[in-house]
Design a protein around this ligand. Sequence first.
Ligand code: UDX
Length: 436
Amino acid sequence: MRLSVIGCGYLGAVHAASMASIGHEVVGIDVDERKIASLSKGEAPFFEPGLPEILTEGIQSGRLRFTTDMAEAAGAKVHFVGVGTPQVKDGYAADMTYVNAAIDGLLPYLAAGDIVAGKSTVPVGTAATLAERVTPTGATLVWNPEFLREGWAVQDTIDPDRLVAGVPAGEEGKRAADVLREVYHPSIAKNTPFIVTDYATAELVKVSANAFLATKISFINAMAEIAEVTGADVTTLADAIGHDARIGRRFLGAGIGFGGGCLPKDIRAFSARAEELGRGESVAFLREVDAINLRRRDRAVDIVVGAFGGSVFKKNITVLGAAFKPHSDDIRDSPALDVAVRLHGLGAWVTITDPAAIANARRIHPQLNYVEDRDEALRGADAVIVVTEWDEYRRELSPEHAGELVAGKVIVDGRNCLDAAAWRGAGWEYHGMGRP
Ligand code: UDX
C-alpha cells in the first residue's frame, strides 16, 4: 500500500522504515532538510539498533524515500502523522504546534477515501477537533497511538504488543479500521490484538499506559525511600512482590528514576489535560509520581556527597552513563546527566562517559569533561557512579579491573544493576539505591 509518514523524528523515521520493511511503499516527509538528507542516505539521525539496516534496505528496494515536499504525500492511501508534542515552555501541557502544522500542511493533498492516522501522543480530545478539519476533504481521521520503546523501536513497531485504532462511528469508521488492518496485516496475522475503539479511548490508552509505567517505577522508588530508613533491600522486595503475576517484576527497577522524551512529559501533559477537563484530582497522584521520581536524583547526589563526608568539592567523580537509558543516545530529561550536572555544580571534577550519548550530552552540557573510553574515564577517580545501566558497566566491568584504575574504591550504583557482594568482596565501598 502507498503510505506517507509526516514527521521523521524518532517515531516517524522508525515507522516509515518499518512499514517499508513489511512491504509498503512509503514516503517520509519532514521540514528538517538535514534530517531528510541523512535519512535519504540510509543514515539514522539518532542511535537505534536495527534502524540503519531497514532504512538502507528500504531505500535500495525503492519502497522507501524521504522528502521535505508535503505535495509528495498526494496519492498515498494512509497518511501517518508522527510529529512531536513536546512540553510547552511555560507549563506542563503538550505543545500542539507541530501536530496542527502537519495537519494544515497535509490538507491540500488529501483525496476522498484517504486515511489520516494520528500517531503522536496528544491530549485526549485532540482527534475529535482535528477530525473537523480532515472530514471536509473526504478523508477519514483515525487515532493509532504508538507504544514504541527507544532501543527496541523497530521490533516494537513491526511486532507490537497490541494495535489500537480510534475511529469515527458507523460505516466510515469500519472502513477505516479495515484499511489499517490491511496496513498491519503481517503483525495481525501473528495474532497481535487489534483493538478498534473511539477517538477518546485510543488517545487515553496511550497516556494511561505511560502513566501506569511511570507510576510503577515511582512506586518502587517510594519503597526504596522506605527501605533506606529501615535497612530493607528494595531489589529483594521487588523480586518478591514481582513474583505475584498480578504485579509482575518488569518496571520495578528502583534507582535514579525515569527520564527520556516520553514518560516525564506525558504524565505532566496528562495532569494538565485532566485539569482542563475539571478532573485534575483524578490524576493528582501523577504529581506525586513526578515528585518521587525527581527526589531520587537528589538522593543519588546525596549518597555521593555523603560518601565524602559532606562535600565533593574538587573530588574526581566518574559518571558512567549519560543517556536516559541503555541502547539509546537520547539525553532528553536524562536522570543520568542531571545527576552529573548537579555534582559538577557542587564543585566536583566530573568525568562522564557513555557508549552512545556523549556527542548529544556535550552539546547541551559543555562544562562537563567527556571521555569516550570507559577505562580512561575511570582512571584516577575518587568515586564512581553508575547512572545508565549499559552492559559495558553492568556486565563487562569487573570490580577488580575497575579497582586497578581508580584512586578511591567508592561506587554508587544509581541503577541497582551491579552485584553488591562482588564489589564489596573486591574491597569497594558499595552504595545502592534503597539497599543497605
Ligand atoms: C516509554 C514507554 O515504555 C513506551 O511504551 C512509550 O511509547 C514511550 O515511553 P521509553 O521512553 O523509550 O518508552 O523508555 P522506557 O524503556 O519505558 O524507560 C523510561 C525510563 O524509565 C528510563 O529512564 C528508564 O531508565 C526508566 N526505568 C525503566 C526505571 O527507572 N525503572 C524501570 O524499572 C524501568
